[in-house]
Design a protein around this ligand. Structure first.
Ligand SMILES: Cc1cc2nc3c(=O)[nH]c(=O)nc-3n(C[C@H](O)[C@H](O)[C@H](O)COP(=O)(O)OP(=O)(O)OC[C@H]3O[C@@H](n4cnc5c(N)ncnc54)[C@H](O)[C@@H]3O)c2cc1C
Length: 294
């Protein structure tokens, strides 16, 4: 079990990780790769104190080197679900389950707005994780919409469970799909429901009839990562300690809202880390006290 799991690999995540290590906590960063951070694309950064005139990629590399030197571990993956288990969390890291005592969400801006009807049908036919929800569609028809090749793994997994799997890739090229997966290149427009039951995916080429739709996205709406997380639009709601409405869950960086800046992300990462450490230590003291009484 790790003390703090950090979701995201940008400045907020790296700052949070370095600060957790400074307080001797075990930390793992779960992220899809440095090149998925907003900062990676910045040609020149001129407003980060002490490091003027630096490319975004180089700055990010320096942050990462610092984290590695501090003893932070990394797992390259997309997190699709975090389950609260009482006194810890279970993190679904592409079918590997990792346990952590606290979570820091540093997932950046959520760009994909979703198609019409998608948000309303989450948990009622719309899913973002085949491993988590696939069994609910055993013997049924599903559509998988893939923004990247991770969608192929989802479709291949579902092909062993479902009677029909249609794969809608929104990228090129498609690398590997099982024979019983049908590929349809089209543009998804809306989730179709009848009396609250999902019946299909409307596309620019017509409706694909199905019982469930799985989306493999480049970025996930934060409240679909962890059930019950309070958001306003695409932003995670936090207090001054960067604590969310869920115990032992914190957030930092662009995912908490504007201004979308490195210094803010780094600062919030630090605050989130210190709050997580403080709360973990307090919980440990309480547990020790309760044990000594018994
Ligand atoms: C072109 C450009 C130029 C910029 N120039 C400047 C500048 O000069 N100065 C400045 O201060 N700011 C600048 N910014 C803004 C700055 O890059 C961002 O504010 C900063 O990167 C935010 O850091 P973050 O850690 O919150 O998010 P990000 O850096 O976006 O990192 C988020 C990370 O989380 C990962 N992630 C998301 N969901 C999941 C998941 N489910 N599982 C695993 N990983 C996940 C993403 O893949 C990504 O790696 C610029 C941005 C752009 C695009």
């Amino acid at each position: 079990m790790i003390d703090v799991a950090i979701i995201g690999g940008g400045p907020a995540a790296l700052s949070a990780a370095i600060n957790c290590r400074r307080r001797n906590k075990t930390v793992k960063i779960f992220a899809r790769g440095l090149d998925t951070s907003m900062l990676f694309t910045a040609e020149k950064v001129d407003n980060y104190p002490g490091l003027p005139d630096m490319g975004g990629e180089e700055l990010l590399n320096r942050f990462q080197q610092h984290a590695i030197q501090s003893g932070v571990t990394f797992q390259r993956c997309r997190i699709s679900q975090i389950l609260p288990m009482g006194d810890h969390f279970m993190i679904n890291a592409e079918n590997e389950f990792v346990e952590a005592r606290a979570i820091i969400l540093a997932t950046g801006i959520h760009k994909s707005r979703g198609i019409q009807g998608e948000a309303e049908a989450i948990g009622k036919g719309v899913s973002y994780c085949a491993t988590c929800d696939g069994m609910l569609y055993r013997g049924k028809k599903v559509v998988v919409v893939g923004e990247n090749e991770e969608g192929e793994a989802e479709a291949n997994f579902l092909a062993d469970i479902c009677t029909e799997v249609t794969y809608v890739p929104l990228y090129e090229p498609v690398l590997y799909l099982k024979e019983n997966v049908t590929v349809m290149r089209t543009k998804p427009l809306a989730v179709v429901t009848e009396n609250g039951v999902l019946t299909g995916l409307e596309t620019k080429d017509g409706v694909i009839s199905c019982d469930g739709i799985f989306f493999a996205k480049n970025s996930m709406p934060p409240d679909s990562l962890i059930y019950g997380l309070k958001t306003e639009g695409a932003q995670i709601v936090t207090d001054k300690r960067m604590a969310t409405n869920l115990p032992f869950v914190y957030a930092a960086g662009d995912c908490t809202g504007a201004p979308y800046q490195i210094a803010k992300a780094v600062g919030e990462g630090q605050v989130a880390a210190l709050s997580a450490v403080q709360d973990l230590d307090a919980a440990q003291r309480e547990a020790a006290k309760a044990e000594s009484v018994n």
